[in-house]
Structure formats: structure tokens, C-alpha cells
Design a protein around this ligand. Structure first.
Ligand SMILES: [Mg+2]
Length: 311
């Protein structure tokens, strides 16, 4: 199916809590022979990077996912950079036994401590998004260690700092940006204990399965702040992995005040394989963004590699 034969539905969805500095998630749904896919690369992503999001959208829209080997995956709750009291309340209401907490700001430690107090047996993950330098990371992780941290996600940005940090602290390290942006698939096992895989930035379900095999680490599949239509691709990847992944970062549907499809929300700390969802009847189409998204899509398409290839 040619690109210009596909229908585009740009969207602007309000978030319940600011996330990644955003209060509105923008993106575009794209039609295919089988249904719809989501193309929503962040504004700062290059055309080359965006081409992988497009590959993911087209794979979904054209019905090219492999068969799942499980129908349900466990999820962690996500706790954004909110006040410690609010973080504790979110932890309690999530009813998840794995909680991922954003840190890296001045309130990070207090946020984690507040969550630990109300969730004494939960597995706690912290995500720093590479914000710390090596010295800060060593200090902060030594301070956090008594709170019992399952892993710290990308506490520092460079592989050299990850390696140095890993030998200085006991908290296991997970790599996100090193995989999603730097694409260090063959090196990451040398500086991290867990691989966080995001399906749209990696180029879709099949590309994610290839990367999972290549990194040779335990895998956690996470959303790239996808709406529920895009989230379906991430859940599909988690359901297709040969080995059961750790609790995945796929409970992010709760962050959206409005959604593209029927919201894909966790029940009993798990999400179900959703099949191929369709846009909700009530989806408000952001017609004013159409020219921008069709331009972005065309530029991304120029960088597309054949499906299934890790470009
Ligand atoms: Mg992360």
C-alpha cells in the first residue's frame, strides 16, 4: 500500500499528569490494509529516528505482528516527578507490586522514600533518564540502596559512566537511552543488567524481538508514552517474546485523560494482548496538524529500511 493512499488522523491528547515535560501528547494514526498504527515520534527526533516509529506504525496497520506466545503481561505502575505525598498515593492506588519512579530532580530521594513507606514489599525501580553525572549517580544510588531498589534505569548517559557506576554501587542498572537512542545492542550487556526496550523507537514488534535476542539481557518492554493504539504494539511485543519479560512499563494508558482507542488499562497489575484496536468513535482529529504530520511522515519514509530489519 502506497503512503499517499493511507489515511492520516493527527491527534492531540491531554495527559492527566505532565510527563516528559508534556501536558499534551501529539501524534498521528495511519491506516493500512489491516487497521491502524500510531506514528508519534517526539518533536526532537530526527527523520531517521522517526522512520523506525513509522515502520512500527505500518507493521501494525498492515497486520504483520507475529503470533503471541502469551495473552497477558505484568506491568509496573509509573510514578512521575510529583510531590512525595502524591507519589505515595499513586503507588497505593495502582495496586501494582512493581513501581517505577521518576527521579533525577531535587525531590527524587524523598519521592522514593515516601513510596517505600507505603509499599514495603514492592519492587521499586527508579528512572533517571541519564540526568546524573557519575559522581552524583554514585552518591544518589548509595543513598537509595537501603530503600532496596530493583534497578536504576539509565542513571548516567554514557556507556563509560554506566560501566564505572556499575562497579561502584550494588544497585543493578538498566539501559534505556543506550538502546533506544544509541542503539548499543551488542555492547549493552557489558554495562547494564536489564534491557528496557521501547517498541516504536526500535521499529516495531519484529525489530524489538530481534533486539531482545541480540542484547542477551533480561528484558522489560516499555511504552514511549504511546496512546492506547500505539501501546497495543508494545503489549504485542511483550506477548511475543520467547522468555517471559519482567513486569513491563505498559501501564501508561492511565496517564491519558483522552485516548485514541478504547483505553488499554491494567487490571490486577497486568495488561491483556489487545489484538488490533481501532480509533475510538469519539477521537477528536487535530486537522490543523495534518500538513505537519504528512510532511514528517514523508521525510521519515525516505529513511525506511525493509520490515524486520534493524535499520
Ligand atoms: Mg527510561
Amino acid at each position: 500500500m502506497k503512503l499517499r493512499e493511507r489515511q492520516l488522523l493527527p491527534f492531540r491528547l491531554p495527559l492527566r499528569t505532565p510527563f516528559r515535560g508534556l501536558t499534551v501528547r501529539r501524534g498521528c494514526l495511519i491506516s493500512g490494509t489491516h487497521g491502524w498504527g500510531e506514528f508519534a515520534p517526539f518533536d526532537d527526533y530526527s527523520d531517521g529516528q522517526a522512520s523506525r516509529w513509522l515502520a512500527c506504525a505500518l507493521e501494525q496497520a498492515d497486520g504483520l505482528w507475529p503470533q503471541p506466545v502469551r495473552r497477558r503481561v505484568g506491568v509496573n505502575a509509573i510514578i512521575p516527578a510529583v510531590e512525595p505525598d502524591a507519589a505515595a498515593a499513586m503507588a497505593l492506588s495502582s495496586r501494582c507490586s512493581t513501581l517505577k519512579i521518576k527521579v533525577g530532580d531535587a525531590m527524587g530521594y524523598r519521592r522514593v522514600a515516601a513510596v517505600r513507606e507505603v509499599a514495603p514489599t514492592a519492587a521499586l525501580r527508579v528512572d533517571v533518564n541519564g540526568a546524573w553525572d557519575l559522581d552524583t549517580a554514585i552518591t544518589e544510588l548509595r543513598r537509595l540502596a537501603p530503600l532496596v531498589i530493583e534497578y536504576a534505569e539509565q542513571p548516567v548517559r554514557s556507556p563509560a559512566d554506566m560501566r564505572a557506576l556499575r562497579s561502584a554501587v550494588d544497585v543493578p542498572l538498566a539501559a534505556d537511552e543506550s538502546i533506544r537512542i544509541d542503539r548499543l545492542f551488542d555492547e549493552v550487556a557489558g554495562f547494564a543488567d536489564v534491557a528496557v526496550l521501547k517498541v516504536a523507537p526500535l521499529g516495531g514488534v519484529r525489530a524489538t524481538l530481534d533486539v531482545a535476542q541480540r542484547v542477551g539481557l533480561p528484558v522489560v518492554v516499555s511504552s514511549a508514552l504511546d496512546s492506547s493504539l500505539g501501546l497495543a504494539a508494545s503489549v504485542a511485543a511483550a506477548c511475543c517474546l520467547p522468555d517471559t519479560p519482567g513486569d513491563c512499563g505498559l501501564g501508561t494508558g492511565v496517564l491519558f485523560a483522552q485516548d485514541t482507542a478504547v483505553p488499554l488499562l491494567p487490571t490486577d497489575a497486568s495488561v491483556d494482548f489487545p489484538g488490533y484496536p481501532h480509533p475510538a468513535d469519539a477521537l477528536e482529529v487535530a486537522e490543523q496538524d495534518l500538513a505537519e504530520w504528512s510532511g514528517r511522515l514523508e521525510r521519515a519514509a525516505a529513511h525506511l529500511t525493509p520490515p524486520g530489519q534493524i535499520g
